[in-house]
Design a protein around this ligand. Structure first.
Ligand code: ZOZ
Ligand code: NAD
Length: 701
């Protein structure tokens, strides 16, 4: 079967099969069939001596079509079977040379390994990244790869999913030759020579067992909650134990199990989610992003220093302004220390560190700010100060320059009101440490222009961040939800749980850190100050979480004072602190909070369902565009495990109705804080999911 997705042509006695399925030549329906049909035609053609398979456009085959997996698990399609195509290729009596540029990933590398030779340009990359989607290679990758590079390396590649640059892959035996110059011409020449040699199939190569126990142990720890990584090692090890035909049956069993797991559904949701969040309804390709060639940052504290590093890392020169020489020196010293640490770990060269530092110009004045395409404010979290800074920069910025605030809670419109051009003002909420955390919450004010939003979304990519657009409200998406989560964690500790018990349950469930450990790290005083500022919004008779306040009031501010919910040693290693627990206990007794033993399920439900309920409210208010936007915020900014899909996907996986019923339960018991969000109630009553909601908004899978 020939089709528009796969083309067959000839260069003398070499047949050329080109896959044309943009953008990444995924193995969508029609591609495997087309490749197999063209191989059969070429084999039958007496004038063909050898065959080259190549990808049209920017890449070789980047893998199976991930969209098909959801259809299979939903029962809408039969399971994928690539083996007929792979066997047709491997059994070809004429040598098949795979010509690789871009990426040969997952099913793409599996196709490449069913050929008899692989050649690649030096810039290509190969890998079996399926584990990042919660699955294992399902088209003999776990059986052919160890036959090329050995069990140990293959197990590592399949369990970790890292991409291997072509030159390294050549050293490992995965690639036979690096082609200089034109790939197709090089592959055709290689194929002509190969026609004279006997064919060796990868499946017929010998493979020796290897000790992978260290990898197994490290994966069990690093990738907790992700059974696919261990399954990948099991499958690769089987290659040395079982004949090829039995190995692929074993691989298929493990593949199916992984494919139908919640972890895989969650990770596939995250894969598409990270791409969906870049799409903003109403802002099309006709809105051209502005050029950002120069930047300026105000405030060289915890956040400003990290933000300046992001710009320097992206090659964008950046001015960094402080109000005193002392603060400037301190900020620069922190930046230098940070880069030096990366150099020491071998992840950055000294020359690159010097180059990046040279892009950061420290200053105490606004000189040069008029040339900046973007000015980012990261001064103290105080409205009057921010308004005064925005008044200053509005007066000196060039027309069209973007004025961004890194505020975590303040009203973007009130900040914009200090300028004559509120359409240029936007929130760029980076997360601490700003040079490490991937999330950039982009906050649109009511006047922010579409061009400023489009530029911010594109800039996020350049800064290697995931940009998510949020509406303007106190705390935006991330912190507004976090506030509910921490409230429940504090209530739980006031009711008799210990910090390590509550944090332990959430950590075991998959969070990078428990909620109380997180606020110790961020500084208990930060939340305290915000609560004081918003005291007037408290409602009489509504329970107020006091656990953190009790600690702050005796000078326990978390890491920075080496005491908070926990005690910290000089290396900031936490240990339980009976004194903190006693203080909270005393305050709870004084407030008449009954003390009791807590169950794991209650801790999980109260913390996680509080997030979900607030997430539903944010959707309804239009603060978050889609539920997947919330998921991407939580995974990239708050240590939510990607393999749980984010809070809203987790709700879908548990069942929206079940989550709603439990929230109703807590509402009866605990009142005010647990009032179900109307959207949650509506979806539950209609038997719908948050994914359905996203689809109705024109987004999502
Ligand atoms: O897109 C980057 C990437 O990493 N893609 C995923 C690669 C991957 O994970 N491949 C393995 C897939 S799983 C597999 O292959 C299973 C297997 O073993 C076979 C199963 C057999 C079953 C047998 C059963 C017994 C990549 C590096 C390729 C390119 O990055 P870019 O930054 O240049 O581009 P993106 O990421 O913005 O992508 C452009 C558009 O393409 C969509 N897309 C990418 N990879 C896809 C895919 N769509 C479907 N399937 C894929 N594999 C992506 O969503 C984006 O779409 P738009 O609409 O947002 O533009
Ligand atoms: P910080 O106290 O570490 O740094 C603020 C810096 O701003 C100080 O070095 C101060 O000297 C400087 N500054 C004050 N007024 C100035 C002026 N007029 N001109 C130049 N410099 C001035 O605070 P931070 O933690 O970096 O927070 C900065 C902003 O980022 C706040 O709005 C905060 O809410 C937000 N934020 C903080 C975090 C976090 O985890 N720390 C996370 C996200 C956002």
């Amino acid at each position: 079967m020939s089709n528009a997705l796969v083309d067959l042509s000839r260069d003398g006695n070499v047949a050329i099969i080109t896959v044309n399925n943009p953008p990444v030549n995924a193995l969508s329906p029609g591609v495997p069939e087309g490749v197999a049909a063209h191989v059969a035609t070429a084999v039958a053609d007496p004038e063909v001596a050898a065959i080259v398979v190549i990808g049209g456009g920017r890449t070789f085959i980047a893998g199976a079509d991930i969209r098909e997996f959801g259809k299979i698990t939903a029962g809408l399609k039969p399971k994928l079977d690539l083996h007929p195509m792979l066997n047709t290729m491997e059994d070809s009596p004429k040598p098949i040379v795979m010509a690789i540029h871009g990426t040969a990933l997952g099913g793409g590398l599996e196709v490449a390994m069913a050929g008899h030779y692989r050649v690649a340009v030096a810039g290509a990359q190969v890998g079996q990244p399926e584990v990042k989607l919660g699955i294992i290679p399902g088209a003999a990758g776990t059986q052919r790869l160890p036959r090329l590079c050995g069990v140990a390396k293959a197990a590592e590649m399949c369990a970790l999913g890292d991409l291997i640059p072509a030159p390294a892959a050549a050293q490992l035996g995965i690639i036979d030759q690096i082609i200089e110059g034109d790939l197709l011409a090089g592959a055709v020449a290689f194929a002509r020579e190969a026609a004279a040699r006997p064919i060796v199939k990868v499946r017929d190569r010998a493979v020796a067992a290897a000790d992978v126990s260290a990898l197994r142990a490290s994966v069990a720890k690093r990738m907790r909650g992700q059974p696919a990584a261990i399954a990948a090692i099991d499958a690769v090890e089987a290659a040395a134990r079982l004949p090829f035909a039995e190995g692929i049956v074993y691989e298929a069993e493990l593949f199916q199990k992984c494919l139908h797991s919640n972890e895989s559904k969650a990770l596939i949701h995250v894969f598409f989610g990270e791409r969906t969040v870049a799409k903003i309804p109403g802002i099309g390709k006709d809105v051209a992003p502005q050029v950002i060639a120069r930047a300026a940052v105000i405030g060289a504290g915890t956040m400003g220093g990290g933000i300046a590093m992001n710009y320097a890392n992206a090659g964008i020169p950046v001015l960094l302004k402080e109000s005193t020489q002392e603060a400037l020196d301190k900020g620069l010293a922190a930046i230098t220390r940070n880069y030096a640490g990366t150099v020491k770990k071998g992840r950055l060269s000294q020359a690159d560190m010097d180059k990046r530092l040279a892009l950061i110009t420290p200053t105490l004045s606004y000189d040069g700010f008029a040339d900046a395409d973007i000015i980012v404010e990261a001064v103290f979290e105080n409205m009057a100060l921010k308004q005064s800074v925005f008044g200053d920069i509005d007066a000196i910025a060039k027309p069209g320059a973007i004025l961004a605030s890194n505020t975590s809670t303040l009203d973007i419109d009130a900040i914009a009101a200090a300028t004559k051009g509120p359409e240029q003002v936007i929130g760029h909420h980076f997360f601490s440490p700003a040079n490490v955390m991937r999330l950039l919450e982009i906050v649109r004010g009511k006047a922010t222009s579409n061009q400023v939003i489009a530029t911010s979304m594109e800039l996020a990519k350049r800064l290697k961040k995931v940009g998510v657009l949020a509406g303007n409200c106190r705390g935006f998406i991330g912190n507004r939800m976090f506030h509910q989560y921490v409230r429940e964690a504090c209530f739980l500790v006031e009711e008799g749980g210990t910090p390590q018990e509550i944090d332990g349950v959430l950590y075991e469930w998959g969070m990078a850190m428990g909620p109380l450990a997180v606020i110790d790290l961020a500084g208990l005083d930060v939340g305290y100050r915000i609560r004081q500022e918003f005291k007037h919004t408290e409602i009489a008779g509504v329970r107020y979480p006091f656990a953190a306040d009790v600690l702050v009031e005796v000078g326990r501010h978390g890491h920075k004072t080496r005491a908070g919910f926990y005690r910290y040693d000089e290396n900031r290693v936490a240990s339980p602190d009976a004194a903190a627990e006693a203080m909270i206990r005393d305050a709870a007794r004084a407030a008449g909070v009954p003390q009791r033993a807590l169950q794991r399920d209650e801790i999980l439900e109260r913390c996680l369902y509080a997030l979900i309920n607030e997430g539903a409210a944010l959707l309804e208010e239009g603060i978050a565009i889609r539920s997947v936007d919330i998921d991407i915020v939580y995974i990239n900014g708050y240590g939510f495990p990607a393999w749980r899909g984010g809070p809203m996907k987790y709700a879908d996986l548990v069942g929206v109705r079940k989550v709603y019923e439990r929230i109703e339960h807590w509402h009866h018991l605990r009142g005010y804080h647990w009032k179900p969000a109307p959207l949650l109630e509506k979806l539950a009553r209609e038997g719908k999911t948050f994914a359905d909601y996203d689809r109705a908004q024109g987004g999502g899978e």
